[in-house]
Design a binder for this molecule. Structure first.
Ligand code: ADP
Ligand code: MG
Length: 253
């Protein structure tokens, strides 16, 4: 089957530091990959590279079999067709640790914004889509609230609804619960679990092993820009954890 996403030999350097060092990853539609790994191992950079928030140095990214369009110019990778970026971004939703909601817009306006300005969807239709996504994450009763009046968990669920409103084919979550008080983590994971059960393809960076076990098809351990180990959760947590580097990481979190 045609993979939804294929990463081939992705490299991203900052100065002389290889933040992402030769990463390969293939995701079929509906698959869920959880990435764990120590701080600074390149997890966020990798997610940002997939969404082209970072330009990679080398390697290729294919979405639904189409090359995103990097080409070499004087030894540097540049994007061939900027329009591709825009299209790709609408198909890949991203949820960050720190919500990133527009503070001057209500929850529903946040979820309408991209639909109206990027996709050109009429406001009434955008509102209906936004509302259905807010319902999905249990946030419809907060539609007219401003982000400042919400708890962290509510903000994050609003951010998920906003991403979903663009009808993405792939969702990237970068430590979606790391900024939350512990008692709010469950509601956000429940919303993500619901999405997973609906068949969404997703890559989730998280340190929550319980969630990884429950939702992931694959768990990947990233260190120094590379994937050190990868496996189905049962396999990963039984066998791979014998690797002292992974064991000591898991013991620390
Ligand atoms: P993680 O998400 O696993 O904690 P990051 O992807 O944020 O790791 O960072 C990987 C490495 O790249 C780190 O050493 C970090 O300092 C470096 N890095 C990330 N973003 C930048 C940047 N914009 N400029 C320079 N170095 C960066
Ligand atoms: Mg990070």
């Amino acid at each position: 089957m045609q993979p939804l996403l294929e990463l081939k030999n992705i490299v991203k350097t900052f100065g002389t530091h290889r933040a992402v060092d030769n990463i390969d990853l293939t995701m079929q539609a509906g698959e869920k990959t959880v990435i764990i790994g120590p701080s600074g191992s390149g997890k966020s950079t990798l997610l940002r590279a997939i969404n082209i928030l970072e330009t990679i140095d080398s390697g290729s990214i294919l979405f639904e079999g189409n090359d995103v369009g990097y080409r070499q110019v004087k030894g540097k990778q540049v994007l061939d067709k900027p329009k591709n970026i825009c299209k790709l971004r609408t198909q890949i939703g991203m949820v960050f640790q720190h919500f990133n909601l527009f503070p001057h817009m209500t929850v529903i306006e946040n979820a309408m914004e991209g639909q109206v300005t990027v996709l050109g969807i009429p406001k009434a239709e955008a509102r209906a889509v936004a509302m259905s996504m807010l319902e999905k994450v249990g946030m419809s009763s907060f539609a007219d609230r401003f982000p400042a009046s919400l708890s962290g968990g509510q903000k994050q669920r609003a951010a998920i609804a906003r991403a979903l409103s663009m009808k993405p084919k792939l969702m990237l979550f970068d430590e979606p619960t790391s900024a939350l008080d512990p008692e709010l983590v469950g509601e956000v994971f429940a919303a993500i679990k619901q999405l997973a059960d609906d068949g969404m393809t997703m890559i989730i960076v998280t340190h929550n092993m319980g969630f990884a076990r429950e939702v992931a098809d694959h768990v990947v351990f990233m260190e120094n820009g590379s994937f050190l180990a990868k496996g189905a959760p049962d396999d990963f947590f039984s066998k791979q954890c014998e690797d002292p580097r992974i064991q000591s990481f898991i013991d620390r979190i």
